[in-house]
Design a binder for this molecule. Structure first.
Ligand code: NAD
Length: 178
């Protein structure tokens, strides 16, 4: 029976408290959740600074800290493909079976609806602050971002010198504009 399994996907650059809230809320509606780490092939750019492996660590530890049992979810890195029209088939090939999709991303919603999936838009939690863009900007500008992410994300970004990485990437991308 695959009906009681849901799918969420996010770039999670980095994993923030909004992602954790969506996962918790989704687990109120389904028994198990398939969590796609989107754009898994991307890292070391200003928009996508963290590797799939680093994002897997962030989400795994954050879910454990939130006392979500490991048998409730599957974390699957998902590389992008060039062809949106067959992306859902690509996702299905890589994931445990599911029928329900939970996403606020309009393209994700559209592609899954066209393939007959039930798509739900989860509520947004403090979207002004709980966004990857806001967090990456704060890191770059030496502003406080610690309260926007789970402790696990904060610790992992420190462990990998993530703030320094972002600042170096910013120098690189600025120099390429010249
Ligand atoms: P994201 O990290 O911005 O968001 C992930 C999910 O969390 C979304 O559903 C979003 O609505 C939700 N969310 C984010 N902040 C929230 C908050 N504060 N409160 C509540 N919910 C919040 O990631 P995304 O951009 O939606 O990820 C989609 C992924 O799917 C990307 O990696 C994209 O490349 C991939 N994709 C690939 C293809 C392809 O390869 N052809 C096609 C479609 C999508």
């Amino acid at each position: 029976m695959k009906s009681n399994r849901g799918f969420v996907i996010g770039r999670m650059q980095p994993v923030h408290k909004g992602h954790i809230e969506v996962i918790k809320k989704t687990l109120e509606e389904v028994e198990e959740i398939v969590i796609g780490i989107g754009s898994a092939q991307l890292s070391h750019t200003l928009k996508n600074p963290f590797t799939a492996g680093e994002r897997i660590m962030m989400i795994t530890k954050a879910l454990a800290d939130n006392e979500i049992d490991a048998d409730k979810y599957y974390i699957i890195p998902m590389e992008d493909i060039q062809m949106n029209a067959i992306w859902v088939a690509h996702v299905k090939m890589m994931t445990p079976p599911f029928l329900k999709v939970f996403s606020g991303n309009y393209l994700v919603q559209e592609l899954f609806k066209e393939e007959g999936f039930e798509v739900t838009t989860p509520p947004l939690f403090n979207r002004e602050e709980l966004s990857g863009t806001e967090i990456r900007n704060r890191i770059l500008n030496n502003e406080d971002w610690s309260n926007l992410v789970p402790k696990a994300t904060f610790n992992i970004i420190n462990e990998i010198n993530g703030a320094e990485r972002l600042k170096n990437l910013s120098k690189k991308e600025l120099s390429e504009l010249k």
